[in-house]
Design a protein around this ligand. Structure first.
Ligand code: GLP
Length: 261
């Protein structure tokens, strides 16, 4: 795992955009895994800015997979993750909607949505770069504490804390759906490169537990320690409680230029 401590989330966004652009330049039909929430927005905004400036790669052949989806919202609802990702990234990059995938919670039976998603992911050849945020309780995608570290895509129940955290998108915690379909932790581990971005003091404990704590289902993001290629981009506030912060700084400063992230 490579922890990259940065001053601001915007710097993290620029580095994250570098990683994604490099993957798309290497493989124009790359498969990108996309997270929602506030954390990845600096990456998405930077990708769009570069695309509009004409300095980004072509996204024509790229395919994307959303990490998760709420259950119970009507298909066109603006807070579905399908609509959110289209608005925040894939439409501005000009990626055809046919190439933008996610858990399909609108086709019955819902119990099979996870297996259908896993099949589509396998058919696409798996994810090259998976963008991730982290919940204040250490959740990854919507894998709440206690989720199996080997889990596949399936339906899950949100905790009250996550519904409170996400209430800002819905007006009140009660309006936040109670259920979701989310990539499992085992699914996330199958992506080639995991790119986690976190900022702000509210993420400091979760980041410390995920990076330096034991691997445990009690902190789902600690499963990252089992993956061979993880990049963790953190701003000053999110990195504040890391015991090995100085070591991460020194390692990043001494990083050979040829290595990349
Ligand atoms: C959400 C998403 C996660 C996200 C996390 C943190 O509910 N399902 O993918 O990483 O919670 O969200 P934010 O980045 O807004 O803090």
């Amino acid at each position: 795992m490579e922890v990259v401590p940065l001053d601001t989330l915007d710097e993290a966004g620029a580095l994250g955009a570098d990683v994604i652009e490099a993957a798309v330049r290497r493989s124009p039909s790359a498969v990108l895994g996309l997270a929602t929430g506030s954390s990845p927005l600096p990456i998405y905004r930077e990708l769009i800015r570069r695309h509009q400036q004409g300095t980004g790669p072509s996204y024509e052949q790229v395919r994307t997979f959303n990490l998760d989806e709420y259950v119970g919202l009507p298909a066109g609802h603006e807070q579905t993750y399908r609509a959110t990702i289209a608005r925040e990234l894939t439409d501005p990059l000009g990626i055809d909607a046919q190439r933008v995938h996610g858990p399909d919670v609108w086709t019955a039976p819902l119990a099979e949505a996870g297996a259908r998603y896993e099949r589509a992911l396998t058919a696409a050849g798996g994810i090259d770069v998976q963008v991730l945020g982290i919940g204040s309780d250490g959740h990854l995608a919507f894998n709440e504490p206690g989720s199996s570290l080997a889990s596949s895509t399936r339906i899950k129940t949100l905790t009250q804390q996550t519904r409170r955290d996400n209430a800002r998108f819905f007006g009140s915690p009660d309006a936040v759906p109670t259920h979701v379909v989310t990539q499992g932790l085992g699914t996330i581990l199958r992506a080639s490169h995991l790119l986690l971005i976190a900022g702000g003091p509210g993420k400091a404990d979760a980041i410390t537990a995920a990076v330096e704590g034991p691997v445990t289902a009690s902190c789902p993001a600690s499963v990252l320690q089992l993956h061979p290629h993880v990049t963790v981009l953190v701003d000053r506030a999110a990195a504040a409680r890391l015991a090995r912060l100085e070591q991460y700084r020194e390692t990043y400063a001494a990083k050979p230029e040829w290595q990349g992230l």
